[in-house]
Ligand binder design. Structure first.
Ligand SMILES: [Zn+2]
Length: 268
């Protein structure tokens, strides 16, 4: 059976609900965390914004509120999608990459961060931001916080800076697998939990068996799709991308070429 479809996404959400988990937004986790079992669904909308809308609708139909982080690039920043997602009661946050876009210039990065944040606040009273990995850039977007604080901008949290991952289990669907973390470059989290999943079905079985951690933050990108054509295309692309990323770790020429390709892809 195909995994990472809307159907398998639904099975994951329903497993959590049957096991008594409460779905919180990231903002709620920061400001008013619930006592009992809880899970935050965090969506980094790197691209394919219309897929995000489909996931948002599915969650909404199940009475779930999730958190969607949008980038400024056109593949993510689709006003109609952001508007509709906010209207369903989901949280909207800013998936920032200002330092990478400003080529490391801190002053320019802070200025663009401010104006982009204001832009997204036109859709939703944004209180959370989350860095984009910018895997091919030399600049780590989190360095924006070296001389600045979240509260300066009226923000309450940043997943990579504000969460105690000793208490909250972190899981991500990087590269169409729940154990694809080895392909990640910056979006890595140290975790003490001894759990390993590959398929969504394995996660569901763990939840059903009562063995899943009581608090979790789950990053799901927007690659979940029921369309056979898109699913095949994305699987092939992710397969290629993962292998090129691994190669690029040890080969500067491959890294450079890959960086150029990625830059060209995101050009506005
Ligand atoms: Zn991202």
């Amino acid at each position: 059976m195909r995994d990472f479809t809307l159907k398998s996404y639904r099975s994951l959400l329903e497993a959590f609900q049957s096991a008594g988990y409460h779905f919180q937004t990231f903002e709620e986790l920061m400001t008013a965390p619930v006592e009992g079992r809880s899970v935050v669904m965090r969506h980094d909308v790197d691209e394919l914004a219309w897929n995000a809308l489909k996931m948002a609708k599915l969650e909404h139909a199940l009475g779930i509120r999730a958190t969607y982080f949008f980038r400024v690039v056109k593949q993510s920043n689709v006003p109609e999608v952001i508007e509709r997602i906010a209207r369903m009661g989901h949280e909207v946050g800013y998936h920032y990459e200002d330092l990478a876009l400003a080529e490391g210039d801190e002053g320019n990065a802070i200025e663009s961060f401010k104006s982009n944040l204001a832009y997204f606040r036109g859709f939703y009273p944004v209180r959370s931001v989350c860095m984009h990995g910018s895997s091919t850039s030399r600049y780590d977007n989190r360095l924006l916080w070296k001389n600045h604080s979240l509260s300066e901008f009226g923000l309450v949290g940043e997943p990579y800076l504000s969460v105690d991952f000793d208490k909250v289990y972190y899981m991500t669907d990087t590269g169409y697998a729940w154990d694809g973390g080895k392909y990640a470059t910056r979006d890595i989290v140290e975790s003490p939990f001894e759990l390993k999943f590959h398929t969504t079905q394995q996660v569901v079985e763990c939840i059903n068996a009562g063995q899943f951690p009581h608090h979790a933050l789950i990053l799901a990108h927007t690659l979940w799709t029921d369309s056979l054509f898109q699913w095949n295309y994305l699987h092939f692309r992710e397969f290629l991308r993962n292998h090129v990323k691994l190669l690029a770790k040890n080969n500067r020429l491959v890294a450079k070429l890959y960086g150029k390709l990625v830059d060209a892809y995101w050009k506005k």
